[in-house]
Design a protein around this ligand. Structure first.
Ligand SMILES: [Fe+2]
Ligand SMILES: [Fe+2]
Length: 159
Protein backbone atom coordinates (compact mmCIF):
# COMPACT_ATOMS: atom_id res chain seq x y z
CA UNK A 1 0.00 0.00 0.00
CA UNK A 2 1.21 3.47 -0.87
CA UNK A 3 1.98 5.85 1.95
CA UNK A 4 -0.70 8.40 2.67
CA UNK A 5 0.13 11.84 1.33
CA UNK A 6 -1.35 13.72 4.28
CA UNK A 7 -0.89 13.08 7.98
CA UNK A 8 -3.80 12.11 10.21
CA UNK A 9 -3.98 15.45 11.98
CA UNK A 10 -4.28 17.33 8.69
CA UNK A 11 -7.01 14.97 7.40
CA UNK A 12 -8.90 15.25 10.68
CA UNK A 13 -8.76 19.02 10.75
CA UNK A 14 -9.98 19.33 7.14
CA UNK A 15 -12.83 16.89 7.69
CA UNK A 16 -13.75 18.99 10.72
CA UNK A 17 -13.57 22.13 8.53
CA UNK A 18 -16.01 20.53 6.06
CA UNK A 19 -18.42 19.71 8.88
CA UNK A 20 -18.20 23.21 10.38
CA UNK A 21 -18.74 24.96 7.03
CA UNK A 22 -21.73 22.71 6.32
CA UNK A 23 -23.10 23.52 9.78
CA UNK A 24 -22.73 27.22 8.89
CA UNK A 25 -24.65 26.62 5.67
CA UNK A 26 -27.50 25.01 7.60
CA UNK A 27 -27.59 27.83 10.16
CA UNK A 28 -27.89 30.44 7.40
CA UNK A 29 -30.48 28.42 5.52
CA UNK A 30 -32.54 28.26 8.72
CA UNK A 31 -32.19 32.05 9.06
CA UNK A 32 -33.23 32.44 5.42
CA UNK A 33 -36.35 30.33 5.93
CA UNK A 34 -37.31 32.28 9.05
CA UNK A 35 -36.81 35.60 7.23
CA UNK A 36 -38.76 34.41 4.19
CA UNK A 37 -41.69 33.53 6.42
CA UNK A 38 -41.43 36.93 8.08
CA UNK A 39 -41.75 38.68 4.71
CA UNK A 40 -38.19 39.98 4.58
CA UNK A 41 -37.48 38.78 1.08
CA UNK A 42 -34.18 40.57 0.46
CA UNK A 43 -32.58 39.53 3.72
CA UNK A 44 -33.90 36.01 3.21
CA UNK A 45 -32.28 35.89 -0.23
CA UNK A 46 -29.03 37.23 1.24
CA UNK A 47 -28.94 34.47 3.86
CA UNK A 48 -29.71 31.90 1.19
CA UNK A 49 -26.66 33.21 -0.66
CA UNK A 50 -24.58 33.01 2.54
CA UNK A 51 -25.68 29.37 2.90
CA UNK A 52 -24.47 28.51 -0.58
CA UNK A 53 -21.19 30.38 0.00
CA UNK A 54 -20.60 28.26 3.11
CA UNK A 55 -21.05 25.10 1.04
CA UNK A 56 -18.41 26.57 -1.27
CA UNK A 57 -16.04 26.93 1.70
CA UNK A 58 -16.66 23.29 2.61
CA UNK A 59 -15.73 22.55 -0.99
CA UNK A 60 -12.26 24.13 -0.54
CA UNK A 61 -11.38 21.46 2.03
CA UNK A 62 -13.04 18.69 0.00
CA UNK A 63 -10.89 19.63 -3.01
CA UNK A 64 -7.75 19.81 -0.92
CA UNK A 65 -8.28 16.30 0.46
CA UNK A 66 -9.15 14.92 -2.97
CA UNK A 67 -5.99 16.43 -4.45
CA UNK A 68 -4.05 14.26 -1.99
CA UNK A 69 -6.14 11.17 -2.80
CA UNK A 70 -8.15 11.29 0.42
CA UNK A 71 -11.91 10.82 0.29
CA UNK A 72 -13.52 13.62 2.34
CA UNK A 73 -15.88 12.50 5.09
CA UNK A 74 -19.34 13.99 5.37
CA UNK A 75 -19.99 13.90 9.08
CA UNK A 76 -23.12 14.34 11.11
CA UNK A 77 -24.38 17.90 11.25
CA UNK A 78 -25.70 19.40 14.42
CA UNK A 79 -29.30 20.33 15.08
CA UNK A 80 -29.54 23.91 13.86
CA UNK A 81 -29.97 26.71 16.37
CA UNK A 82 -33.56 27.88 15.90
CA UNK A 83 -33.71 29.92 19.09
CA UNK A 84 -33.87 33.26 17.27
CA UNK A 85 -37.19 35.08 17.15
CA UNK A 86 -36.16 38.48 15.79
CA UNK A 87 -34.12 39.92 12.96
CA UNK A 88 -31.74 41.53 15.46
CA UNK A 89 -31.09 38.13 17.04
CA UNK A 90 -30.24 36.70 13.63
CA UNK A 91 -27.76 39.53 12.99
CA UNK A 92 -26.17 39.01 16.42
CA UNK A 93 -25.96 35.23 15.99
CA UNK A 94 -24.33 35.76 12.59
CA UNK A 95 -21.57 37.95 14.01
CA UNK A 96 -20.86 35.66 16.95
CA UNK A 97 -20.91 32.62 14.66
CA UNK A 98 -18.43 34.23 12.27
CA UNK A 99 -16.15 35.16 15.19
CA UNK A 100 -16.17 31.51 16.29
CA UNK A 101 -15.34 30.34 12.74
CA UNK A 102 -12.53 32.90 12.65
CA UNK A 103 -11.13 31.35 15.83
CA UNK A 104 -11.28 27.91 14.21
CA UNK A 105 -9.54 28.90 10.98
CA UNK A 106 -6.88 30.82 12.92
CA UNK A 107 -6.18 27.54 14.73
CA UNK A 108 -5.94 25.84 11.34
CA UNK A 109 -3.39 28.43 10.21
CA UNK A 110 -1.40 27.91 13.42
CA UNK A 111 -1.37 24.15 12.93
CA UNK A 112 -0.13 24.60 9.36
CA UNK A 113 2.69 26.89 10.51
CA UNK A 114 3.67 24.59 13.37
CA UNK A 115 4.03 21.79 10.88
CA UNK A 116 5.84 24.00 8.38
CA UNK A 117 3.15 23.02 5.88
CA UNK A 118 2.80 26.06 3.64
CA UNK A 119 0.45 24.40 1.21
CA UNK A 120 -2.00 23.87 4.06
CA UNK A 121 -1.19 27.38 5.27
CA UNK A 122 -2.27 28.77 1.88
CA UNK A 123 -5.66 27.11 2.34
CA UNK A 124 -5.89 28.37 5.93
CA UNK A 125 -5.03 31.90 4.74
CA UNK A 126 -7.83 31.71 2.19
CA UNK A 127 -10.25 30.85 5.00
CA UNK A 128 -8.86 33.65 7.18
CA UNK A 129 -9.18 36.25 4.40
CA UNK A 130 -12.76 35.13 3.82
CA UNK A 131 -13.49 35.66 7.52
CA UNK A 132 -12.48 39.32 7.33
CA UNK A 133 -15.09 39.77 4.59
CA UNK A 134 -17.76 37.89 6.50
CA UNK A 135 -17.17 39.80 9.72
CA UNK A 136 -17.39 42.96 7.64
CA UNK A 137 -20.75 41.96 6.21
CA UNK A 138 -22.06 41.00 9.66
CA UNK A 139 -21.00 44.28 11.26
CA UNK A 140 -22.29 46.34 8.31
CA UNK A 141 -25.70 44.69 8.55
CA UNK A 142 -25.81 45.44 12.28
CA UNK A 143 -24.81 49.06 11.60
CA UNK A 144 -27.54 49.50 8.99
CA UNK A 145 -30.03 47.85 11.32
CA UNK A 146 -29.18 50.33 14.07
CA UNK A 147 -30.09 53.21 11.73
CA UNK A 148 -33.73 52.29 11.31
CA UNK A 149 -36.68 51.11 13.38
CA UNK A 150 -38.52 49.94 10.27
CA UNK A 151 -37.95 46.34 9.21
CA UNK A 152 -39.10 46.84 5.63
CA UNK A 153 -36.76 49.80 5.17
CA UNK A 154 -33.97 47.66 6.59
CA UNK A 155 -34.92 44.85 4.21
CA UNK A 156 -34.64 47.21 1.26
CA UNK A 157 -31.16 48.37 2.30
CA UNK A 158 -29.39 45.00 2.63
CA UNK A 159 -27.65 42.89 0.05
FE1 LIG B 1 -17.32 29.88 5.76
FE1 LIG C 1 -19.14 32.22 7.28
Amino acid sequence: MEAQLLDKKCIETLNYRIQQEEDSARLYEQCSLFLDNLGMKNLSALYKKYASEEMGHAGWSKSYLLDYRITPELRQLKDVDRSFTTVKEILDITLSHELEITRQVTELAELALQEGNHVLYALASKYCAEQQEEIGKATTNLDIFALTTDLLIFDSKVG
